[in-house]
Design a protein around this ligand. Structure first.
Ligand SMILES: Nc1ncnc2c1ncn2[C@@H]1O[C@H](COP(=O)(O)OP(=O)(O)OP(=O)(O)O)[C@@H](O)[C@H]1O
Ligand SMILES: [Mg+2]
Length: 238
């Protein structure tokens, strides 16, 4: 389907906005097909890191690479699933997913059925004709997931993708993600605040801090170890 995952690399990368540094001197390698989970307190730069890998934010210094090539802009190879809902408000759920299929070069006549199949997989087949404003936050997240996966990217950058879902739907979306990756290997950088989710999905878990990676756990790590690195006592407070 989409071949192997991209190798992502941040090389002594300093990231920030308008002269304000968020992360300094970050070194991070993500192997092809790896699921890397990123944890860290609010404001530590997790979304910033995803934006840099997506090509939306150039590094202030150092380098950000995909398959050894400097990342200079966005690419269909690297899909970013935003923390805030990024669906086009004037397009129905189905037509939002069709857009991803179009970018991937799926012929026009096949897009509609393929989009509905993806929406079925996220449990939204019946909502295909609804506009984003007619969907709940969790439903919009699932449309975004369908759209992201439909694009068949080689790297998937996911920013708290399941944060608005109830426990049962979240579990089924986690399973869907793993199933899709089994068919179409991709490299995943997955940001979450949920340590259990991190341990469930991650091949490796890192804790991000202002000076780069503050702690790193090759899975399966123990939940207590990860919580200790975060300085947290409960799983959702990071
Ligand atoms: N577009 C922007 N312009 C200026 N500063 C920004 C911008 N986006 C984020 N920041 C700042 O950069 C820092 C890191 O933000 P970022 O969104 O990467 O954090 P985060 O780790 O994703 O947090 P959260 O867990 O709350 O999503 C914050 O201090 C934030 O205020
Ligand atoms: Mg964020």
């Amino acid at each position: 389907m989409s071949g192997d995952g991209l190798v992502l690399r941040a090389e002594d990368a300093t990231l920030g906005y308008g002269g304000r540094t968020v992360v300094e001197g970050l070194g991070l390698d993500v192997a092809a097909g790896e699921i890397l989970v990123v944890l860290g307190p609010s404001g530590c730069g997790k979304s910033t890191l995803l934006r840099a890998f997506a090509g939306l934010l150039p590094a202030v210094s150092g380098r950000v690479l995909a398959d050894g090539e400097p990342v200079t802009g966005t690419s269909a190879d690297r899909a970013l699933m935003f923390q805030d809902d990024a669906l086009l408000p004037w397009r129905t759920a189905r037509r939002n997913v069709e857009l991803a299929l179009a970018l991937r070069g799926v012929p026009r006549g096949e897009r509609r059925a393929a989009a509905v199949r993806w929406l079925d997989r996220v449990g939204l087949g019946d909502a295909a004709g609804r506009l984003p404003r007619e969907l709940s936050g969790g439903m919009r997240q699932r449309v975004q997931l369908a759209r992201t996966l439909a694009a068949g990217p080689r790297a998937i950058l996911m920013d708290e993708p399941f944060g608005a879902l109830d426990a049962q739907t979240r579990a089924s979306m986690q399973r869907l993600l793993l199933d899709v990756l089994a068919d179409a290997p991709a490299t995943v950088v997955f940001v979450t605040h949920d340590v259990d989710e991190a341990l469930l999905l991650g091949h490796r878990v890192v804790v991000l801090g202002a000076a780069g990676v503050a702690a790193e756990f090759p899975a399966p790590a123990s939940r207590d170890e990860v919580l200790a690195a975060l300085g947290a006592r409960t799983k959702e407070v990071v």
